[in-house]
Design a protein around this ligand. Structure first.
Ligand code: CU
Length: 56
């Protein structure tokens, strides 16, 4: 079983304060894209989401 890299987080810039944490960047991107669409009616590109990723 391999743990790849450090924990990564994304926090929503809007006042909603939505926050996701994962080791899996792909999973992170999917969760944030779904959130952006559902809550903010925003279509985000993968690269836009990746630009928001921070190491936890
Ligand atoms: Cu949000």
């Amino acid at each position: 079983m391999a743990i790849t890299g450090a924990m990564k987080t994304i926090q929503c810039e809007s006042p909603c304060n939505f926050m996701v944490k994962s080791h899996d960047e792909k999973e992170l991107v999917e969760i944030v894209k779904t959130h952006a669409k559902k809550i903010h009616n925003m279509n985000m590109a993968d690269k836009d989401v990746k630009a928001m990723i921070k190491a936890a």
